[in-house]
Design a protein around this ligand. Sequence first.
Ligand SMILES: [Zn+2]
Ligand SMILES: [Zn+2]
Length: 311
Amino acid sequence: MLPLRIFSSLLALLFFSVAALAAEPPRAQHVFIISLDQGAPAGIAKADMPFLKKHASEGAHTWEAFTIVPSVTLPSHTSMLTGVGIQKHQVDWNDLQPEKGLVKVPTIFSIAKKRGLVTAMFVAKIKFKTLELPGSLDAFVVPPGENPEAGKVAAAFAKMVGELKPNLCFIHFGDPDVAGHAHGMFSPEKMKALANCDAALAVIVKAIKDAGLLDTSVIIVTADHGGHDRTPAEISEIAAKTGLKPQPGTHGSSSPEDVTIPWIAWGASVRPHFTITAPVVQYDTAATALWLLGIPIPESFWGRPVTSAFE
Ligand SMILES: [Zn+2]
Ligand SMILES: [Zn+2]
């Protein structure tokens, strides 16, 4: 027999662990995670993006969140949508490689689906199929053509959102990455791509509003990574080695330009006009999405919800 004192402390311990794991009531019915591929804060600052900047200042934001290393599209987005680092999710490749299989850890979509929520992805790159665990998504949409523009992704979303009413939705704009690689981080082409994303964002938010979901939605805008321009010396070195002239823009390193990302939230329960000062890391987006929807965060998650951004 356990002495009563030990028994009651065990009971208290059990009570507190259960309480810690229990979900809080949902703060939102719908969470939309929008990723600007290669959406570096330094580029956003220079770009004509009035819609995003207005919502960033009216909602909660930090221009100094960080992604994982390597700061590369598929590994980073996998962290964003699974709540763990690359050492855990093991998606260390960056194109569609069906022979490598699907992500081996649960995604926020597979977790939300188990609770009967509606889930969707609207993306500009087919490699996101790597994250489509069986039965985890009600819709997976890639507009046709190579590198479909943000406007096309937004149009596909706007067409379906009214009927689908997703509780958890990921939207990916690929334009800034394509332009940044081909023309450089602050090139007119990159600025144009970011401006296009801003217009597409407005289309997305109008569609959410028209579907009657805006009052119960949180919209999170973030990025998979930033980027930097190769120096002339690096360009000649690579050209000498490979015989090919490399593109001017790149990313993947742990440099501040590559790993610094924006993290912006507005909508239901978001603290207005709030600058987030707590550290925000790529995998915190996954934890925040589940927390907002009232879903307990799995113990295996590395990410923690960005609670300071919400009331
Ligand atoms: Zn990317
Ligand atoms: Zn890229």
